[in-house]
Design a protein around this ligand. Structure first.
Ligand code: CMP
Length: 391
């Protein structure tokens, strides 16, 4: 077995792992997530119910208790996240105070701070309905627990060029339809289509709503033809971004069985000394796959197309030299990629195992770009190769 015993952790490091998902299959992490999600939903439900006068009159006291309890937990959660910030791999090089300040400015922490703000407002302006409704901002806290939401955010960032092209096409269609309609129908309907801003409003309504009762109907034949073309172009304009996001979402879901977090990659021993930017790159390129016990991950003699890191679980390597177990933090599948020879051994999951997968091209680029990682991988591969002296 190659895994090394984990160094002892301080309480703060452990709290960091629980809060920021440093480990896969961490029961404490999952329990805390569920608890917080239930509290967020309970608090939002209490806020919504509080706006119904009869419910507020009969159960107002209980709803307030629920709210105060939730806020208390959210406040402790916020303080705990700030406390552990210096253990974040991205912030380790800062002083504790600087790390906490930087962490407090991250989007999810800003949402957490906003979620606490309504309590202050309620103390200053009690019984104000508008202030009560500010509590609904707590719903945004769910963003932390929705991997799909994070995926969509990443997708929009990745596909921004294609999406910008959609915006340009939509704007072009809007201007063309508005100009054509103003020229053809402007004389007959000056009130609604007499100038470009009015005609653009008409075109936007047609493009977005595919026509409707309140949209001005053209009175000339040419105007009707333009309206029909505008509707068709509108359908295309909306289908395009939906298709772009939809395809990307599907690919991303196929790429990842579980969410790869920064903390998860940072604690892989092979990457322990990498800087934050390199780890962030890896978070983007690693695929994530969970395999059940008994799955053959690599078969001896096959062509190698990827290298694997064990995020959690255990595998057995069966080579000519015998059987070896690899555990959390170990990697395998590097020999075939480095030597461009067939796989030297068969690797099977001994229990349900979470794998981080680096495709061959990405692996070779990484080894090239990061000499430290390259040297470590080469050294391990040399030690493992058939014929290498057993240690
Ligand atoms: P590769 O040959 O690409 O595919 C099988 C993998 O099993 C191999 O890379 C190594 O990562 C791993 N492996 C082979 N022999 C050993 C060994 N003796 N000890 C640990 N891992 C090994």
């Amino acid at each position: 077995m190659e895994a090394q015993a984990e160094p002892p952790q301080s309480l703060r490091q452990r709290v960091f792992q629980v809060l920021e998902h440093g480990r896969r299959r961490d029961a404490a992490s999952r329990t805390l997530d569920w608890l917080l999600v239930v509290l967020i939903l309970a608090d939002v439900a209490a806020t919504v119910l509080h706006t119904v006068p009869e419910v507020a009159a009969r159960h107002g006291g209980m709803l307030t208790v629920v709210d105060r309890l939730c806020v208390l937990v959210f406040a402790v959660e916020y303080a705990a996240r700030l406390w552990v910030a210096p253990d974040h791999p991205l912030l380790r090089h800062h002083t504790a105070t600087a790390a906490r300040l930087r962490f407090a400015a991250t989007p999810l922490m800003v949402i957490d701070a906003l979620a606490l703000l309504p309590l202050l407002l309620e103390l200053l302006f009690p019984r104000q309905m508008l202030v009560l409704l500010t509590r609904l901002v707590r719903f945004l806290k769910l963003a932390r627990y929705s991997p799909a939401l994070a995926t969509i955010g990443r997708l929009i960032a990745r596909e921004r060029r294609a999406l910008l092209a959609c915006v340009i096409i939509f704007t072009g269609a809007l201007l063309a339809a508005a100009a054509a309609m103003m020229v053809v129908e402007g004389g007959a309907q000056p009130e609604t289509l007499g100038d470009m801003p009015k005609a653009m409003w008409w075109a936007a309504s047609m493009l977005a709503k595919i026509g409707g009762q309140e949209v001005v109907s053209p009175v000339t034949t040419l105007g009707r033809i333009i309206a029909a073309i505008t509707v068709m172009v509108g359908i295309g304009c909306f289908a395009l971004p939906v298709a772009i996001i939809g395809r990307g979402f599907y690919e991303e879901i196929r790429r990842r069985d579980f969410v790869v977090t920064f903390a998860m990659v940072a604690r892989v021993p092979l990457f322990a000394r990498l800087d934050a930017a390199s780890i962030a790159d890896l978070v983007g390129i690693l695929r994530a796959r969970t395999v059940p016990a008994g799955t053959t991950i690599i078969r001896k003699g096959e062509r190698g197309d990827a290298m694997y890191l064990i995020a959690s679980g255990r595998v057995e390597v069966e080579s000519a030299a015998g059987k070896v177990c690899l555990d959390e933090g170990d990697f395998f599948g590097e020999i075939a990629l480095l030597s461009r020879e067939p796989r030297s051994a068969t690797v099977t999951a001994l229990r349900a195992t979470d794998l981080l997968i680096l495709d061959a091209d990405d692996f070779l680029r990484l080894v090239d770009r990061l000499p430290d990682v390259g040297a470590k991988v080469h050294a391990v591969a040399k030690d493992r190769r058939p014929g290498a002296p057993r240690t």
